[in-house]
Design a protein around this ligand. Structure first.
Ligand SMILES: *[C@@H]1O[C@H](CO)[C@@H](O)[C@H](O)[C@H]1NC(C)=O
Length: 360
């Protein structure tokens, strides 16, 4: 009479403190406290209810600096009226669904967030049987898949939410030329542009939207790839269909390529300034400051081009010393037939206008 509940309690304690039970036989034991009277009789029901965890099938979109809710709800089939003691665990996944990092664990109303989610990840339990995650001050690195896991005794069910950040992918080559960056340097040049290395999904999305780039670049997962829409000889050959060409994973220290960076939608505006005689880079920086702004980064120019339709057929300096111009509506004397950000590279001399960025 007493032995079974005690054994079960020991099992639950072990589950709560350690890792999950390695097997699941399709049923679980329902552990109910009967608090009538002093005897606190513990009754074990065998009921075979199934735990179901639901998340949205479509991606959840957000942008840098925003707050986002990743919805997750659970229920039992058939429904159980009793209040359940459950644990909730959120983790971030890699593209192959293996775990990248712990985000948050919760028991009842108590929860702990980990790593760079500390102070930014909260549990939202407004509804009955809700386990949604709120991430505040969203960062570019937050883009990706998240697993919502609900653990009830021996039952352990989960489902995945895909968080996508609105942003733009742009190829980046440093001033000293093509294929000069190892993985770590590629991470750094993107950071210097207020961006991060793009994920494969982001590059793929950019390809569907028209990105064609015949230089291979690092992605966030340490692979090297490039997007081709119009097959041609120097870009993987004519016999290959349009698509993302991959060199696969490369040595992060020894191998050198360009970078594909990802930068978020803007919260400010990008505008163009010029003087009749043009400006040096130093004069350009100064004139942005005089206008209460700062010289724009490459990422900001791409963002303004993509999200605000910035179109200017005049070349301007950017913060990294490159000279570019954004074309949303292609026309004669403004570069190729496709929309895009055109580049003059990094001129060592010459006088141009400037693109400035101002927070709204
Ligand atoms: C995000 O949430 C925090 C805390 O709840 C709040 O202070 C902040 O203003 C929110 N930010 C935005 C952009 O809504």
């Amino acid at each position: 009479m007493l032995l079974l509940p005690l054994l079960l309690e020991a099992t639950l304690l072990r589950l709560a403190s350690g890792s999950h039970h390695p097997f699941y036989n399709g049923f679980y034991y329902n552990h109910i406290m009967n608090d009538k009277g002093n005897g606190q009789e513990k009754v074990v029901y065998f009921n075979g209810a199934k735990l179901v965890v639901e998340t949205p099938k479509d991606p959840v979109y957000s942008s840098s600096g925003a707050n986002v809710t990743l919805p997750c709800h659970y229920h039992y089939e058939p429904d159980l009226e009793a209040k359940r003691k459950i644990r909730i665990k959120w983790s971030k996944l890699r593209d192959d669904y293996t775990k990248e990092q712990d985000v948050l664990v919760a028991i009842g109303k108590t929860y702990v967030a980990f790593g760079d989610f500390r102070g930014r990840a909260h549990l939202h339990q407004a509804g009955r049987r809700e386990a949604s995650l709120v991430v505040s001050d969203v960062r570019l690195q937050d883009d990706g898949k998240y697993r919502c896991e609900v653990i009830d005794g021996l039952e352990d069910e989960s489902n995945v939410v895909d968080l996508r950040l609105q942003g733009v992918v742009f190829p980046y080559q440093p001033p000293h030329g093509q294929y000069r960056l190892n993985f770590h340097e590629a991470e750094r040049v993107c950071q210097e542009q207020g961006a991060v290395l793009a994920t494969f999904n982001q590059l793929f999305q950019a390809w569907t939207e028209g990105l064609d780039w015949c230089n291979a670049g690092w992605l966030a997962d340490g692979t090297v790839q490039y997007p081709i829409r119009l097959p041609r000889k120097p870009c993987g050959g004519l016999h290959l269909a349009p698509g993302i060409r991959s060199y696969g994973p490369r040595h992060r220290h020894l191998h050198r390529f360009d970078a594909f960076c990802f930068s978020s939608a803007l919260r400010g505006e990008v505008f163009y300034l010029d003087r009749p005689a043009g400006m040096t880079l130093e004069e350009a920086k100064q004139s942005c400051q005089d206008a209460g702004a700062e010289i724009a980064s490459v990422g900001q120019l791409y963002s303004a081009w993509k999200f605000l339709g910035l179109d200017r057929c005049d070349a301007g300096w950017l913060a990294d010393g490159s000279v570019r111009y954004p074309i949303a509506k292609p026309r004669a004397n403004c570069g190729p037939l496709e929309p895009g950000v055109r580049s003059y590279g990094f001129p060592s001399k010459g006088r141009f206008g400037v693109f400035c960025y101002k927070e709204r």
